[in-house]
Design a protein around this ligand. Structure first.
Ligand SMILES: [Fe+2]
Length: 588
């Protein structure tokens, strides 16, 4: 029995569009220096449907006038004729198909982009922000947070995670000096749509569903064929994760290569372009790479829906040189959003979200929640050059989008065991479907016995939805006692931060207060102790229409500083912190 599931773009498969085999593949994309100034989304530069009224609701900052100037690519007469015909096909065939289909909440833009999920303008650097409290010296640097921020109003279905990537940056200097900015990551997709003055790239979650999705995909392929859009430079939105590695800030969304974004001296952000690790890879990478705190190596995965092998493990040393590129055999293309590392192993969840492209022909989503599939975890040695010795261990009834940490232990009998800490989500499709069942996201410890190939699973915290967070990254891959997670109640908003003691399940909460919500907490270490540091993040006061940057002492879970931000910061996805010293080594 299979169950149709809609896919969130934060958790999208690689090559989201090209996986349908209708689009040309990237061969040798070179970095593009995109300097297009996009001041605000949602200018109706072409004939677009009325934008949902919530975007002008007083509860959110109304978009300012757009300074977008579409340049419209020059076409020869034949191309113009073909483009005109395709526009007519869109308005007379594709749009009616989409409009005739009722939109469930997961793809209804009036739901997905309501309130503080609505997009905002780009914001150039705003200096001299007011600080209440004292920001500790260890936070000198830039806090970066990625998120989805659609440039154009949706034409039809839209999931929050379909939006274009936008990075929010809080720069902290000495003497409590703080500035803020936010910029689109100028993906090739976004740049082309801005030039055309309208959306043309398919939205993988909101639009590529059933027959109308096939029609939308065919329309896009035809536009690519006549040269109206260029699909060879990537189609990703770069909206989910960020990592600072080897002197570069990289923004990712697992549907493309990463994008290199430069942090300039004033705290502003500039997209440099797609980053192929110095021409060493030409494949998407997931949005949750891991930097080993001991070796400095970067570990990541790439998965491919269309071609075998469906999964690759990649490792880069501290100089950025690729040192592992291992094919991993999967029985079927599977969505793998996150993974974990230990000192010696890579831990890969192979769970129940799989791809069945034929489902689109039957009217459904190409992403399937396969209730019959046994969830399993693969344990691969970092030294295994071929992947042939990977151990797959069944973990029944387990679905984790994110894994917070993993480490190695031994049983009393001396058996090697991998301990994995993750958030198990029930029902697994809770983000994507309207099952009506209450959402449960339980912090869970999973033990994988490498000798017996058996597993067991134990809930650490129940009764509180805990998602989006992390351990002290200096201890990544090693045994950790604490994890910091967003309290995802009332789902999908986050009302506070939970510090969980993994040894006894004790929870220390920092609640934002009535009408105030945040997102992923990010831990920045100050001293050597595991919880000696600060948890930082954005908070939105929905009643007062104010956004803040907050600093919480991680050992005591008490507020030490807040910064009033000059613009609304929408709820988003994952972040990172780039220290003052790291910035000095930035490759520009
Ligand atoms: Fe994620």
């Amino acid at each position: 029995m299979q169950h149709s599931l809609r896919l969130r773009s934060d958790h999208l498969p690689p090559e989201t569009s090209s996986r349908f085999h209708l689009l040309p593949q990237t061969k040798h994309a070179k970095n593009t220096n995109c300097r297009l100034l996009i001041n605000n989304p949602f200018k109706r530069t072409t004939k677009l449907p009325d934008f949902p009224p919530f975007l002008t609701s007083p509860a959110t900052s109304p978009p300012s006038p757009v300074k977008l100037r579409p340049t419209h690519p020059k076409l020869n007469p034949l191309q113009k004729l073909a483009a005109s015909m395709l526009d007519k096909i869109e308005s007379s065939l594709v749009v009616p198909m989409e409009q005739n289909k009722p939109l469930p909440k997961p793809t209804d833009p009036t739901v997905q982009l309501s309130g503080n999920f609505a997009p905002v303008n780009e914001c150039p650097v705003q200096n001299g922000l007011e600080v209440v409290g004292q920001i500790p010296p260890c936070l000198r640097g830039v806090y970066i947070r990625n998120g989805a921020n659609p440039l154009f109003p949706p034409l039809a279905g839209h999931h929050l995670f379909d939006g274009d990537g936008m990075i929010h940056a809080v720069s902290i200097g000495s003497d409590n000096s703080v500035s803020y900015s936010c910029r689109y990551t100028k993906t090739n997709r976004l740049v082309q749509e801005a030039e055309l003055g309208r959306p043309v790239f398919p939205k993988p979650i909101g639009e590529l569903h059933g027959h109308s999705g096939l029609a939308r995909l065919a329309l896009f392929a035809a536009r690519a064929e006549i040269g109206l859009v260029d699909t060879t430079r990537g189609m990703g939105v770069a909206n989910a994760g960020v990592v600072y590695f080897n002197g570069r800030l990289l923004a990712m969304s697992e549907d493309d290569l990463p994008y290199h974004v430069k942090i300039n001296d004033h705290g502003d952000l500039e997209t440099i372009g797609r980053f192929r690790f110095d021409e060493q890879i030409d494949c998407p990478v997931i949005a949750h790479p891991k930097v080993d705190p001991t070796t400095g190596d970067l570990h990541t995965l790439s998965y491919n829906v269309l071609r075998k092998p469906h999964l690759r493990y990649l490792k880069f040393d501290t100089c950025g040189k690729k040192t592992r590129d291992v094919d991993i055999t999967l029985e079927q293309p599977t969505m793998i959003h996150d993974f974990a590392i230990t000192e010696n192993f890579v831990v890969i969840p192979n769970q129940q979200l799989v791809f069945e492209l034929s489902e689109m022909i039957r009217g459904g989503s190409p992403v399937i929640y396969d209730r019959e599939k046994m969830s399993k975890f693969g344990v691969l040695s970092k030294q295994d050059p071929t992947g042939s010795d990977i151990s797959w261990i069944d973990v029944p009834d387990c679905f984790c989008f994110h894994l917070w940490n993993a480490w190695e232990e031994k049983t009393e009998d001396g058996d090697p065991v991998i301990v994995v800490i993750g958030s198990c989500m029930n029902p697994p499709d809770t983000i994507f479907s309207e099952s009506g069942e209450p959402t449960r996201i339980e912090l869970t410890k999973i033990r994988l016995n490498l000798r017996t190939k058996e597993s067991n699973r134990k809930v650490i915290v129940s009764g509180i939805n805990l998602e989006a967070g992390q351990v002290n990254r200096n201890f990544l891959g090693r045994k950790t006692r604490f994890v910091y997670l967003a309290i995802a109640d009332p789902w999908p908003r986050c009302s506070g931060i939970a510090k969980v003691d993994l040894e006894n399940g004790a929870v220390s909460e920092f609640k934002y207060g009535p009408g105030r919500f945040g997102g992923e907490p990010y831990f920045v270490p100050e001293k050597e102790g595991e919880d000696e540091g600060y948890v930082i993040g954005f908070v939105r006061d929905e009643e007062r229409d104010e956004s803040e940057f907050v600093v919480v002492d991680a050992s005591e879970m008490k507020l030490v500083a807040t910064v009033q931000l000059p613009e609304r910061v929408p709820y988003g996805f994952h972040g990172t912190f780039v220290s003052e010293n790291q910035l000095m080594e930035q490759i520009i």
